[in-house]
Design a protein around this ligand. Structure first.
Ligand code: AMP
Length: 190
């Protein structure tokens, strides 16, 4: 089993790389952002709960997010492993994930953090906003807020997994293929 956390600020390329990694390693991809957008699109109670937070670029509360994540993991009992994308985003989420995966005897193998600077990710998100239809990708103020939330609440998750030597930084500049090759090298040496 390989259980990966694909980490990095919004706009760092996690979704793009996750899709390529899934194809190569046949892991189950779980993106909490995609799951929330699906729920919102279907106007479910969960989607309605998430909407106001997402629109402001804030984090959806941990209990809501963790519950949704657990359901998705439990729905894939035969998975060869998982790629967690956009999760965990707080220390409490990381602790909940570790407990969940410990119960399944399938701990996190590593956290790979795409390293890209603020200016680059803001430009990438604004570009994506032209086609993604995401309101949180189209307003520079909300994008800045998402980056601030990443720095204050999410980046400590890197240090949390570094304590058990599981965190690695990956250069997030370059072509999609170049970044993919760096990720594969890191995964193959896990
Ligand atoms: P993303 O697609 O990963 O950029 O996520 C879009 C938005 O969904 C975030 O700005 C949050 O509002 C919400 N979200 C996604 N994943 C999480 C998470 N793990 N914890 C809390 N909120 C999340």
């Amino acid at each position: 089993m390989i259980n990966l956390i694909l980490f990095g600020p919004p706009g760092s390329g996690k979704g793009t790389q996750a899709a390529k990694l899934v194809e190569k390693y046949h892991l189950v991809h779980i993106s909490t952002g995609d799951l929330f957008r699906f729920e919102m699109g279907n106007n479910t109670p969960l989607g309605q709960k998430a909407k106001s937070y997402m629109e402001k670029g804030q984090l959806v509360p941990d209990e809501v997010t963790v519950g949704m994540l657990k359901n998705k993991v439990d729905a894939n009992p035969n998975a060869k492993g998982f790629i967690f994308d956009g999760f965990p985003r707080t220390i409490a989420q990381a602790e909940a994930l570790d407990r969940l995966m410990a119960k399944k005897d399938s701990p996190i193998s590593g956290l790979l953090a795409l390293d890209v600077d603020d200016e680059e990710i803001t430009q990438r998100i604004l570009l994506r906003g032209k086609t993604s239809g995401r309101s949180d990708d189209n307003d520079e103020r909300i994008i800045r807020n998402r980056i601030e939330v990443y720095k204050s609440e999410t980046s400590p998750v890197f240090d949390y997994y570094a304590q058990s030597d599981k965190s690695q930084k990956i250069n997030g500049f370059g072509t999609i293929e170049e970044i993919f090759a760096r990720l594969c090298t890191a995964i193959d040496s896990l």
